[in-house]
Write a protein that binds this ligand. Structure first.
Ligand SMILES: [Zn+2]
Length: 369
């Protein structure tokens, strides 16, 4: 809901229920779609984008040119799906593409079977298609749940937990230092696992100290293992090293290197972490300086000035590296975050490639990795 988009639609409805919301509407009947779009706009929606088929719906969800922050909520007519199984599958596919965007389902006469399918597909709500008032209320609820920092499911939890895995000291700071700071600041329990002491890149004792200082700056707990720098493999011992951290942190989210990376250690750690995190609800991959052009992020974590400053300070803590590595240049780090910001319509962002997502019903909110 950027200022710009608010100006071109929602400005006149400052107190309305759906103020500034951007809504994707999947409805095959153009007359009904126009009526619903009018009802949504009348309640302050900034934009309503109408699509008429499941393919168009998924295209809109997957469009890399569409910023992740573009849709605040999606509303679909169940008639777009062939049957209940098809609907659940469509919801699953949507959630993979747009994990933070809740779906409100519309049906002419919702049945118990349909309610079960909606629940299985983790839809936010199911309402009658003829009831515009019910629709507006359901969309407003979905928007509220989404901005709840812990989500509906997390309401009883004290905090969420995130584990960030890197092969070498400074890997996670470069990839997601801003995201770590942001989450830690929001009350998340954040654990960083660094699998080597970075002996290949300097004195290991000094690098260990630097790593601890960097984690402190970001508000994370640091675990360090002693795998061989430069010759890591995705064997049982690497998997077990990550499993120990998973057991300790019980993470809701794991972040790790991407497979699309020219560094052999990063690829080995990526593969071992996939295995070790098989029961973790969510796994995403961050970008390293050695990432290849095959790295395709589909999630962008917005950062504020303080997050970027903390990221730069944490990377600066690795001062044995800062003068010798081109990718630690502060201007480059800042402008990279600035570049990714274009995909989330914020000033700064860090990219993630979401690999799997099995978060429970109602777990939607805008602000989680
Ligand atoms: Zn590395």
């Amino acid at each position: 809901m950027s200022e710009m988009r608010r100006l071109d639609g929602g400005g006149a409805h400052a107190d309305a229920a759906l103020e500034g919301a951007d809504i994707l509407l999947g409805e095959g009947d153009p007359v009904i779609a126009a009526r619903m779009a009018e009802a949504l706009r009348a309640q302050g929606a900034a934009s309503v984008h109408i699509v008429g088929s499941p393919a168009a719906l998924l295209r809109a969800g997957a469009d890399p040119a569409a910023p992740v922050g573009l849709w605040d909520v999606a509303v679909w007519h169940t008639g777009l799906s062939r049957d209940e199984d098809d609907l659940t599958e469509l919801l699953d596919r949507w959630r993979l593409q747009r994990p933070g965007v809740p779906v409100v389902l519309l049906d002419d006469a919702p049945s118990a079977r349909l309610a079960v399918a909606a629940l299985r597909g983790r839809a936010a709500d199911l309402v009658e298609r003829s009831d515009d008032t019910g629709l507006v209320a359901a969309v407003a609820r979905a928007l509220t749940d989404r901005s709840d920092p812990l989500g509906v499911e997390g309401a009883g939890q004290t905090s969420l937990s995130m584990l960030v895995v890197g092969a070498h000291p400074d890997d996670v700071e470069i990839g997601v230092g801003g995201t770590i700071h942001r989450r830690a600041h929001a009350g998340w329990d954040v654990t960083v696992l660094t699998l080597s002491g970075g002996g290949g890149g300097g004195d290991p004792v000094r690098r260990r100290k630097e790593a601890h200082r960097a984690a402190e700056v970001l508000g994370a707990r640091l675990l360090m293992e002693n795998l061989p720098d430069g010759s890591m493999v995705d064997d049982r011992s690497t998997v077990q090293a990550v499993e120990r951290a998973v057991d300790l942190a019980s993470p809701d989210v794991v972040l790790v290197h991407s497979e699309s990376d020219t560094h052999q250690d990063h690829r080995a750690v990526h593969r071992a972490t996939l295995v070790a995190s098989r029961k973790v609800p969510r796994l995403g991959c961050y970008q390293s300086p050695s990432a290849t052009t095959a790295y395709r992020p589909n999630r962008f974590i917005e950062l504020n000035e303080a997050d970027v400053a903390a990221k730069l300070a944490a990377i600066g803590a690795h001062d044995s590296q800062a003068s010798t590595r081109w990718y630690l240049d502060q201007d480059l780090l800042r402008s990279t975050a600035r570049y990714w910001g274009r995909f989330s319509q914020t000033r700064y962002a860090e990219p993630l490639e979401l690999v799997h997502d099995r978060t429970p019903l109602g777990y939607y909110h805008a602000d989680y990795a």
